[in-house]
Design a protein around this ligand. Structure first.
Ligand SMILES: *[C@@H]1O[C@H](CO)[C@@H](O)[C@H](O)[C@H]1NC(C)=O
Ligand SMILES: *[C@@H]1O[C@H](CO)[C@@H](O)[C@H](O)[C@H]1NC(C)=O
Ligand SMILES: *[C@@H]1O[C@H](CO)[C@@H](O)[C@H](O)[C@H]1NC(C)=O
Ligand SMILES: *[C@@H]1O[C@H](CO)[C@@H](O)[C@H](O)[C@H]1NC(C)=O
Length: 367
């Protein structure tokens, strides 16, 4: 029988099946996956036979080099002969026990390939085929840029699992956004046999997507658990609706401070203006806040807040009316009504302070 006429892996395999029956090799074709950098022991023995091995030849085929090439020989007396991979392979078996196992140390990507060990026993040959896959974990990353709100779908972000072997699986967990976002995944093979998988996420950059969190998931044979990479969508959009609210919403007539609020990104700058700004006291403005101290009837009027960022601006207005500047608003109103009814409008001149107001009320009580 021509047991070593093999030229191709398939032939090797067929031959190997015959070898099993003739020489008693127990193991079948083995697939061995080993993490890059680790050591790999390639087990090869013929312990079932009583005969003594005269030598073991190790051959290797790679995806580039389909011809099996001898890289290591173990002689009957235990002497070893390197043809290749000198510092990289060592004999760990024992020919007395028909054990021709070797160890590949510090696996590199180039060690990926099909290994064959060939025993020579009494002029007959037997062999075993081990397919070694070198595993490389991916490096995961997620990135994206800020998008200006618009009507057309854009590439919002991308997730990458690079330099992995075999290729990693990359997908997105979108939650409730799964209906508004689309994904596209592609894979690139590098010359060293590693893969980079990239998954893009597309969607219309609306302000509703701003600060929404999505998750990219990378799965790989070398991972004990999924690698989860969070991404927060960032959308820039102009101010829309300006809302001006008093510091105490339950008592707007006594407001001393108004806040201008607007939804936009990035943060706007605020400009306050008083309608028909005339002479007299100027109120104090600070960012989105307008300060109108009590007892400041002369500051009554309409105030306009304009919020702007680089994408646009929006305005809102508030009418500030402080009748007397009293803190006890109801009492003042009462006082004012009382004065209007009982006295003449001249009295109004005096009701410009808390104390005056109190006096007026007392006067009302006595009357
Ligand atoms: C195998 O080798 C051992 C020791 O070298 C020897 O005693 C034995 O007879 C040999 N067996 C055969 C079948 O040649
Ligand atoms: C062959 O040698 C290896 C390395 O020493 C060992 O781990 C393995 O168990 C041996 N095989 C048998 C069948 O004894
Ligand atoms: C979106 O997610 C919901 C559950 O969160 C699921 O029921 C639905 O089938 C998903 N739709 C798509 C298009 O994946
Ligand atoms: C403010 O000024 C405008 C014109 O600049 C005028 O039409 C309007 O009547 C004024 N309003 C008040 C309350 O004075």
């Amino acid at each position: 029988m021509h047991l070593l006429e093999e030229r191709k892996a398939f032939t090797l395999f067929l031959c190997f099946l015959k070898c099993i029956s003739t020489a008693g090799v127990k193991n079948s074709v083995h697939n061995k996956a080993v993490m890059i950098g680790e050591d790999a022991t390639l087990f090869c023995d013929l312990t079932a036979t009583q005969e003594n091995t005269s030598r073991v030849v190790w051959q290797k085929q790679t995806s580039e080099n389909h011809q099996p090439e001898t890289f290591f020989i173990i002689h009957k007396d235990g002497r070893t002969e390197h043809r290749d991979l000198q510092d990289h392979v060592r004999f760990v078996g024992n020919l007395m026990e028909n054990n021709g196992s070797i160890q590949l140390m510090g696996l590199k990507l180039v060690d990926d390939g099909i290994y064959t060990c060939i025993f020579t026993i009494n002029e007959q040959q037997a062999q075993k085929v081990i397919s070694v896959t070198v595993l490389v974990p991916p490096v995961g990353s997620v990135m994206g840029s800020t998008h200006v709100s618009g009507a057309f779908s854009v590439d919002l972000a991308s997730c990458m699992a690079s330099g992995a072997r075999p290729a990693a699986r990359v997908f997105w967990r979108l939650g409730a956004l799964n209906t508004s976002l689309n994904t596209h995944t592609s894979s690139t093979e590098h010359s060293d046999g590693t893969f980079t998988v990239q998954s893009h996420i597309y969607g219309v950059p609306s302000k509703h997507l701003h600060q929404k969190k999505i998750q990219c998931v990378v799965q790989h044979i070398t991972f004990t658990e999924d690698l989860e990479l969070e991404y927060q969508i960032n959308v820039h959009y102009p101010p829309d609706l300006v809302i001006i609210s008093p510091d105490d919403p339950n008592n707007p007539a006594e407001a001393e401070e108004y806040h201008c609020e607007v939804d936009c990104n990035p943060t706007p700058t605020y400009i306050w203006k008083r309608m028909n700004e005339s002479e007299g006291r100027a109120p104090r403005y600070e960012g989105n806040k307008l300060f109108l101290p009590k007892s400041s009837v002369d500051l009554n009027g309409v105030y306009i807040c304009t919020a702007s960022n680089q994408y646009g601006s929006a305005s809102g207005s508030v009418l500030h009316v402080n009748l007397t500047g009293c803190s006890v608003f109801r009492w003042c109103i009462l006082g004012v009504i009382f004065i209007v009814v009982l006295c003449s409008s001249v009295v109004l001149k005096y009701s410009s302070g808390r104390k005056t107001c109190g006096v007026l009320i007392k006067k009302q009580g006595r009357t």
